[in-house]
Design a protein around this ligand. Structure first.
Ligand code: SF4
Length: 412
């Protein structure tokens, strides 16, 4: 254990006490905690904040599937191993409605209530493609919630269609779009974005698209990726801007981000992974837990924090429930983006609801299934209720019924 200057410890204690009393902390106080607070003291304060915002012992989760409509992309993000350049006919794809429909059908059989659909910035897809796709999914599968297109994709399709963000989002909402995932946020500080994702949406535009989504009443979440060799100040810049924008959206529209999720960058097979600084990218488990706790404490106007088991593994995901997270994320029936860059899901693409329940219960919480809007669909108060969950055999049967496309791989 490193020793800490007593004067700094006194300041840290004062800030932590403020959190326990429900007070908001400022940028400098957040930075001081990040630099000096003991990890378990941070966990304690993050849990206090969690209880102020989401009282009780419930930990929610969602059954959903991540679907990618295309991996063709012109953006060249330095941390991406998922995309193919236009003209790369070996790796590049645009999934047909037949394949997308089969994936959604299978997800429904597995109990999914939502699809999370994202893709590359594909110059060959016209504006109408996106509207038609959402329209078709909504008409074909009216019960599935459609959460799709990061702010960067919205910006790209708006450019292609010669539309404003508001026109694009209104068109998508009119045909069934329920919300936007907060993808493509990485670090919302242009100093870092210009280095690792220079062709993608910059900070002002990322928040600009989300502001319109809030105005239109769409459901949104927000993401953050750490481990780009950024300074703690860059992380705090992201958190401060996010909190300010959330205050503004809630004040103006009564609608804002409903959840925050962060993870450490995955770099396998990416330009960052081949760079001379490769060993310095990514983050350790304690760094992730520390960041989760700081985020929970600082973002006092975003109700939910999700654990990222797909990138950190189930064990660290479980630990994050003691660092302020109140949601275990999704069963992740399919995930291709961070998996391509080395995330846990590469080997284990699905966490069964049984396993989710086990992780949540053994951490001392009660599992509850939710929808996109964080409405509780079912609380599993008693362990006996887990018997209602689909068994591995039932899930395998559902998967094998769906024909000859690449199905799910199960973990127990
Ligand atoms: S992260 Fe997304 S936008 Fe960036 S290169 Fe990959 S597919 Fe394209």
């Amino acid at each position: 254990m490193t020793t800490i200057d007593p004067a700094i410890q006194a300041q840290v204690d004062q800030i932590l006490a403020k959190v326990h009393e429900g007070g908001r902390i400022n940028y400098d106080e957040g930075l001081l905690l990040y630099q000096h607070a003991d990890l378990l003291d941070l966990a304690d304060a993050a849990n206090a904040r969690r209880q102020q915002l989401v009282p009780g012992d419930r930990v929610t989760y969602l059954i959903d599937r991540n679907i990618n409509y295309t991996n063709v992309c012109v953006t060249d993000c330095q941390f991406c191993n998922f995309y193919a350049l236009p003209g790369d006919n070996e790796k590049g794809y645009v999934n047909s409605k037949l394949i997308l429909g089969a994936k959604i059908k299978e997800a429904l059989e597995l109990g999914a209530t939502r699809i999370l659909m994202q893709g590359g910035h594909n110059p060959d897809l016209p504006y109408e493609y996106y509207i038609d796709l959402v329209d078709w999914i909504h008409r074909t599968f009216p019960t599935i919630e459609i959460n799709a297109f990061s702010p960067s994709e919205i910006q790209y399709m708006s450019e292609i269609g010669g539309k404003t963000w508001k026109e694009t989002l209104s068109d998508l909402k009119a045909v069934g779009l329920m919300g936007l995932p907060g993808g493509g946020g990485e670090i919302l500080d242009d100093e870092i974005r210009k280095r690792v994702t220079p062709k993608k949406i910059m900070t002002d535009d990322w928040f600009g698209v989300m502001k319109v989504a809030h105005e239109l009443g769409l459901i949104t979440t927000t993401t953050m990726v750490i481990g780009f060799r950024e300074k703690l100040e860059n992380r705090m810049n992201h958190l401060q801007r996010l909190r300010d924008e959330q205050d503004d959206s809630l004040k103006r529209f009564g609608n804002g981000f409903n959840a925050f999720i962060s993870w450490t960058v995955q770099i396998e097979g990416t330009p960052l992974g081949r760079s001379r600084f490769a060993d310095e990218y990514g983050g350790t488990s304690t760094e992730y837990l520390r960041h989760t706790a700081i985020s929970r404490i600082f973002l006092d106007n975003i109700p939910h924090i999700s654990a990222s088991w797909p990138t950190q593994g189930a064990k660290v995901g479980q630990m994050s429930l003691h660092f302020g997270a109140d949601d275990f994320g999704s069963t992740m029936i399919e995930e291709n983006v961070v998996s391509s860059a080395g995330a846990i899901t590469k080997a284990s693409p699905l966490m069964l609801p049984h396993e989710m329940h086990r992780q949540i219960r053994e951490a001392g919480f009660t599992p509850a299934q939710r929808n996109t809007n964080y409405d509780i669909l079912k609380v599993f108060d008693q362990p006996e209720a887990d018997a209602e969950l689909k068994t591995i055999q039932e899930i395998e049967q559902a998967a094998s019924k769906q024909g000859n496309w690449a199905g799910v791989t199960l973990i127990e």
